[in-house]
Every structure is written in structure tokens, then in C-alpha cells.
Write a protein that binds this ligand. Structure first.
Ligand SMILES: Nc1ncnc2c1ncn2[C@@H]1O[C@H](COP(=O)(O)OP(=O)(O)OP(=O)(O)O)[C@@H](O)[C@H]1O
Ligand SMILES: [Mg+2]
Length: 447
């Protein structure tokens, strides 16, 4: 009796000792989990999170080795993301990551099934793949987001029967703790890649655009050079034709009245051609001249135009009203031509039954000013809204209204040279409004 009592006491002590050992072990594990949780909070990149798993969790639990794999969904393979132990030759630097197809070996099986496994004797498991050395125990736990596989934590040990159910629960806890951090880091990484792609795309498009602008400028310059030379060179033979026609008219006696009339038509034609060439010359010059980067008070431009046109304004009983105008950056002679052509048109195409009234307004927008020149003239049909801005684009016969059809083409050229747009709106019998924009001085691009 006494003997058995003694035995049961020894047993009791032994039981208490192992219970105490178990408790100490659990307490240690809890400490590891606690410090891992704190450490995880500070990790933000994907690399830092997976390395925290091996360095701050598994390594501290005293496991022989550990590899964390992440799934590459596109290729359907697991890729080594971090490692601790003999499979981690260099600190945080995996030159040739191990890759495992889904379903292959123990790791591949766990990835496919989503069920954690402990292999107590790998020599008995045909799925075991020898990596750097044969190890008899293995524990493999999936990292899951709900049912979706994110990765796998895998550890091996040289001794048989090393891993316990407690180890399995520990690794599952670690996987559960890390998963949201991994998902977040992956989302941030995808966002960065996307952003970088977008930036590269924008950069490339800007480069292309700049190249196009250079080419366009070059071809515009060529064209302007040609127009300038052509109008200049044509003026000379025209002068010759005109003077010889006049000479024949004066010197040749006995020309029939019919012939004399034809001569007049011919001379008239030559004069008209000369005016067209002069206009073309002015048009070509606007293009050739660089926009002078000078601050211009548009109120002053308006005063100049008003005084240039004072005779016409008086003659036609026209009234000109305008807002306080802003200051822009540009070329004064170009802007004078712009304002003057628009006001001259508004007066020229006035309605027979009323005196011309012209209202000039300016609206401030975020990056630019929008101007409008409104008249109460004859107006035009919508099909001419674009044609009116074309070179030599006239909607009336020369008998009805004099002119070459250059004014609005010139206006368009001046506005575009300053980085703005021009368009018009009109109603037959009511009037026409020409709109254009000019950038604010701080947004004016260098010419
Ligand atoms: N304010 C307006 N009201 C009605 N029609 C207009 C007005 N401004 C222009 N147009 C029409 O648009 C055409 C083109 O105008 P544009 O100023 O280019 O030429 P133009 O006045 O005929 O000739 P130029 O200006 O070279 O003397 C005009 O011929 C006219 O038919
Ligand atoms: Mg005109």
C-alpha cells in the first residue's frame, strides 16, 4: 500500500512536471505570438510581411527551418517569398526562388486542398521531395483568405515525429494573423505597378505629342515660307501685266469700245489678284513671326482699333460697347488685326434696317479668358460657321460685299498662335457672335 502510494506520488510529480513544462511552452508560444502581432503592425510592404513571419514568428519558435510561399495566380504555382534556416543563404535576398506547381509534393497538395498536414515520417510519404537535405518531419499550413489560397507556410525537421498538433495550431494562428497584412500589401503593390504603368504611358504620350508639335511647326514654317515666297514673286509679273495693259489702253488708237471694256475687266482682275496676294502675304507673315512674350493691356488694343476704324464707325453710325478687358501675353500687331477684323466684319455685314451695334464681352475661366464679339448684322446660316474661317472663304459675291475672305482666316491664325480657339454662332437676320479664347498670362505656353 505504502509502496503504491509512493509510486503514485512519483507519477503525480511527473505529471505535474510535464503539465508545468507544457504550460511554460504555451506561455512562450504566446509571447512569440504577441511580439509577432506587434511586429506585424509595423510591416507594410509584401516583402517585410512575409519576412516577419519567418524571422519574428517561426525562427523564435525554435523551428529548424521554414519557407513561406505565395501563390502566383496567373501561373498557378507557388513561389518562395521568404525563408529561414539552411534554405535562406542570404539575408532577405532570394536570387532563385523555389517554385512548386499546385498539386505537386506535400506543399503543392496542401495548397490545392487547403488542408494543413503534419508528416511524422517523410520517408514513408511518396510525395516528399528532397530539397537540400533529407528531413524526416514536415508541417505544412495553408495561408487562406476565406476559401481562397494566398500562400503556404512549410517547415521541416531532421527528427521523425517532431511536429505536434500544438505546432499546427500555432502555424495556423500565425497564417491567420498575417493574411490581411499580406492582402493589403499585395493591393498596394498592384496599385503601385498600375500607377507606374500609367505614369510611363503619360510620359510616352507627352513625348509623342512634343515630337508631333515639332514636326507640325516645321511643316507650318515650310508652308508659310512657300506662301510668302509665292505671293512675293507673283507680285512682280502681275505689276508687269497691269502696266502693259494700261499702256495698250493709252497708246493703241482705234480699239473698239468692246475691246476697251474687256481691257478694263482684265485690269480689274489684275488689281483684285494683287489685293489677294497682299492679303496672303500678311497672312503668311503672321505665321512666320514668333509671338512676342509681352504683357498687353487689351483695353489699349481696343482703343487703337477704335481709332483706326473711327472713320468707318462714324460713316456707318455704328456703336461699339465693350467690357473692361484683361491683360494677356502676346503679339500686339496680331491682336490689333484680330480685333480690327472682327469689328470691321460686324460693320461690313450690318443689317440694312438698323445701325450696327457691336458688343465685346470677356468672361474669366480657370486657365483662360473667353471673348465674344456680338453684332446685330445680317447673320449667316449654320453650314457657313466653319467655312467662314477658311482662307478665301467668302459667303457672298464680290458685288454684294467687297473683300478677299482673308479676315477670319487671319483671326484664326492669330488666336491659334496665342494658344486659343475661335468659333462663331450666328442667326440669319439677327446677328453673329464670334467667340475666341486666350490663355491667362501665367498659362501661356512659350512659342
Ligand atoms: N459679322 C459677320 N456677319 C455676317 N457674315 C460674316 C461676318 N463676318 C464674316 N462673315 C462672313 O464670313 C466671310 C469670311 O469673312 P472674312 O472676314 O474672312 O472675309 P471678308 O470680310 O469677306 O474679306 P476680308 O476680311 O479679307 O476683307 C465673309 O465673306 C462673310 O460672308
Ligand atoms: Mg473681313
Amino acid at each position: 500500500m505504502e509502496h503504491s502510494n509512493h509510486l503514485s506520488k512519483t507519477e503525480e510529480i511527473e505529471r505535474l512536471r510535464s503539465a508545468y513544462q507544457l504550460l511554460t511552452e504555451r506561455e512562450q508560444n504566446l509571447r512569440v505570438l504577441h511580439s509577432f502581432a506587434l511586429n506585424l503592425l509595423q510591416q507594410h510592404t509584401l516583402q517585410d510581411v512575409v519576412w516577419a513571419i519567418v524571422k519574428h514568428a517561426i525562427a523564435r519558435l525554435g523551428f529548424f527551418d521554414c519557407v513561406v510561399y505565395l501563390i502566383d495566380e496567373e501561373r498557378q504555382i507557388l513561389v518562395q517569398a521568404a525563408a529561414h534556416g539552411p534554405k535562406n543563404p542570404h539575408e532577405m535576398d532570394i536570387a532563385n526562388p523555389i517554385t512548386i506547381p499546385l498539386g505537386q509534393g506535400i506543399v503543392g497538395t496542401v495548397a490545392k486542398t487547403g488542408v494543413a498536414e503534419i508528416i511524422s515520417d517523410t520517408s514513408q510519404d511518396p510525395r516528399y521531395i528532397v530539397d537540400d537535405d533529407f528531413r524526416y518531419s514536415e508541417i505544412t499550413v495553408p495561408i487562406l483568405d476565406g476559401g481562397r489560397l494566398i500562400g503556404v507556410i512549410d517547415s521541416e525537421h531532421p527528427e521523425k515525429h517532431f511536429f505536434t498538433q500544438q505546432h499546427l495550431e500555432l502555424l495556423q494562428t500565425i497564417a491567420a494573423m498575417a493574411v490581411t497584412k499580406i492582402l493589403h500589401a499585395q493591393a498596394v503593390q498592384r496599385l503601385h505597378t498600375y500607377q507606374k504603368g500609367l505614369e510611363e504611358q503619360i510620359e510616352e504620350q507627352t513625348r509623342d505629342l512634343k515630337q508631333h508639335i515639332v514636326e507640325l511647326r516645321k511643316s507650318n514654317q515650310d508652308l508659310e515660307g512657300f506662301a510668302y515666297a509665292a505671293s512675293h514673286d507673283l507680285a512682280e509679273p502681275l505689276r508687269t501685266i497691269s502696266s502693259f495693259l494700261q499702256l495698250i489702253q493709252r497708246k493703241e488708237k482705234g480699239l473698239s469700245s468692246e475691246s476697251l471694256e474687256y481691257m478694263d475687266f482684265a485690269i480689274g482682275g489684275v488689281h483684285r489678284l494683287k489685293r489677294l496676294l497682299d492679303g496672303l502675304l500678311v497672312y503668311a507673315r503672321v505665321g512666320q513671326k514668333a509671338v512676342i512674350q509681352k504683357l498687353l493691356d487689351l483695353n489699349e488694343i481696343m482703343h487703337t482699333v477704335e481709332s483706326n476704324l473711327s472713320q468707318l464707325i462714324k460713316e456707318k453710325n455704328a456703336s461699339l460697347y465693350y467690357d473692361q478687358l484683361p491683360t494677356v501675353q502676346g503679339d500686339d500687331s496680331g491682336l490689333i488685326q484680330l480685333f480690327q477684323n472682327l469689328i470691321a466684319n460686324a460693320i461690313k455685314f450690318h443689317h440694312k434696317e438698323r445701325n450696327p451695334e457691336i458688343r465685346v464681352t470677356c468672361v474669366e475661366e480657370a486657365y483662360r479668358y473667353q471673348f465674344s464679339f456680338q453684332d446685330n448684322g445680317i447673320g449667316m446660316e449654320e453650314i457657313f460657321f466653319e467655312k467662314a474661317f477658311k482662307l478665301f472663304g467668302r459667303l457672298h459675291t464680290i458685288q454684294e460685299y467687297k473683300g478677299s475672305g482673308l479676315g477670319l482666316a487671319l483671326c484664326k491664325r492669330v488666336v491659334e498662335k496665342h494658344g486659343g480657339d475661335i468659333w462663331l454662332h450666328s442667326e440669319v437676320g439677327i446677328g453673329t457672335t464670334v467667340y475666341f479664347t486666350l490663355p491667362k498670362p501665367e498659362y501661356q505656353l512659350p512659342s
